[in-house]
Design a protein around this ligand. Structure first.
Ligand SMILES: [Zn+2]
Length: 433
């Protein structure tokens, strides 16, 4: 089947290009250009809208197996599609945790059954995520694991992290670390700073993140391995990673859509609504600014959702009792596009899109590094974006089973409107039909 995207402003994963059309055949991109031959092709008219590679999210939680009432792999894959994401990395902190090859296969096959976004599994570093024995990483890689992480918690001991870095080296998928020093986190509810002082809730200091990042960097230096720090939230951690990169270490990192667009003041303004309770917590204005600086100077490689879905019954609790985590797949892109237009108009749109496409794809195993780009031979994973569309976030309409997000009821401008995976349309905004 032939598909011609015609009359678009095209971002190819690196930059906007002069061509205005993309031809896809048999699920792959065949050609970019202007005035391409339409014969035999289904034509998608751009009318000046944006066409980007499908977004790649390196960090999403789907609660499957073991918590499917909150989200399952199918609803997660559909939610991703409805947010413009074509590839989603599923975190392994499920019940049971994804720490053996058969469970890696389970995530791949159940994700694929949705015929929506492609779900790639991350495997645990430790068996059962218990922090004791290391998993069979080679066999899990063969089964399809694309990262190794005990996310939800940091790798339990420095010894285990050192082993994981030695085993993975430069050949196996990267180790992804949830940076947190447990004894500083325990009992914490919010960022330690203005919000903890005003509320009396126990604070989680930025140092909790920095200590763990420093540990990881020291062990990368020691082993020659490589590490990816996920959901960075603090200025100190950005600075540590900036210096590690300058020193030539193979250290990469991401931050989230919500840490870029919200800070502790949102928690206060909400009257301590649990919809704003995340781990790591929303931090200070200065931390938020440091994340943007890290994005701009290349310290931060990717932007992730950390989509953490909870059924309303579980999340809609007083702040202190509610679990950490917010659902965001279906509005993340709009949240960031809207925020950037209002607060950082000087930051080029290319930079933002790069961190959602080729930036994250480059951190996946080689097999997947062709994702996140519009070029000949790469899969026709594409997202159409209407920069002018304004829509109110309404969780009730979501494909995700989660019904709790900080932007509920907010009008945002700049939305994905169509998503394609391997040349197949997997989602379209209702207003487009
Ligand atoms: Zn985490």
């Amino acid at each position: 089947m032939k598909l011609l995207f015609k009359g678009f402003k095209i971002f190819d994963g690196e930059d906007f290009i002069s061509a205005d059309s993309v031809l896809a055949e048999e699920g792959k991109i065949v050609k970019t250009g202007s005035g391409l031959d339409e014969s035999g092709a289904e034509v998608i008219e751009g009318n000046g809208r944006l066409l980007t590679p499908g977004f790649v999210d390196l960090h999403a939680h789907f609660r499957d197996p073991g918590g499917e009432w909150n989200e399952d792999l199918q609803s997660g894959a559909l939610a991703g599609a409805a947010g413009g994401f074509t590839t989603l990395v599923a975190m392994p902190n499920t019940k049971p945790a994804i720490s053996e090859p058969a469970l890696i296969e389970y995530v791949i096959s159940h994700g694929a059954a949705a015929h929506a976004s492609r779900i790639l599994p991350a495997g645990c570093v430790s068996k059962g995520r218990a922090g004791k024995e290391i998993c069979e990483m080679e066999k899990m890689t063969e089964a399809g694991a694309v990262f190794f992480t005990d996310d939800g918690a940091p790798i339990a001991t420095s010894h285990l992290m050192r082993l994981a870095l030695l085993y993975t080296g430069k050949k196996l998928p990267r180790v992804m670390e949830h940076p947190e020093e447990i004894s500083l986190f325990q009992g914490g509810q919010v960022h330690e700073g203005r919000v903890s002082a005003m509320s009396g809730l126990k604070g989680i200091p930025g140092a909790s993140e920095e200590i763990d990042v420093a540990r990881g960097i020291a062990l990368v230096r020691d082993t020659g391995g490589r590490i990816h720090f996920t959901h960075l939230s603090s200025a100190g951690a950005v600075e540590l990673i900036r210096n590690a990169k300058r020193a030539g270490l193979d250290v990469t990192c991401d931050t989230t859509f919500h840490h870029l667009t919200l800070n502790e003041n949102a928690v206060i303004a909400s009257g301590y609504n649990s919809r704003f309770k995340v781990n790591p917590p929303l931090r200070s204005v200065n931390d938020q600014k440091a994340l943007w600086e890290g994005l701009i100077d290349g310290t931060i490689d990717a932007i992730v959702t950390d989509h953490a879905p909870w059924h309303l019954d579980e999340k809609d609790e007083p702040f202190q009792e509610a679990p950490f985590g917010i659902a965001s797949l279906e509005c993340a892109a709009a949240v960031l596009l809207d925020y950037r237009a209002r607060s950082y108009p000087e930051v080029p749109l290319q930079l933002i899109f790069k961190k959602m496409t080729s930036g994250p794809a480059a951190l996946l195993p080689e097999k997947w590094q062709h994702l996140g780009r519009i070029k000949e031979g790469s899969p026709a994973d594409l997202t159409v974006i209407d920069e002018a569309r304004t829509k109110i976030v309404d969780c009730k309409t979501w494909k995700s089973k989660a019904r709790c997000c900080p932007w509920e009821g907010t009008a945002l401008t700049g939305w994905p409107v169509m998503t394609f995976v391997g040349g197949k349309k997997i989602w379209q905004d209702e207003e487009e039909i």
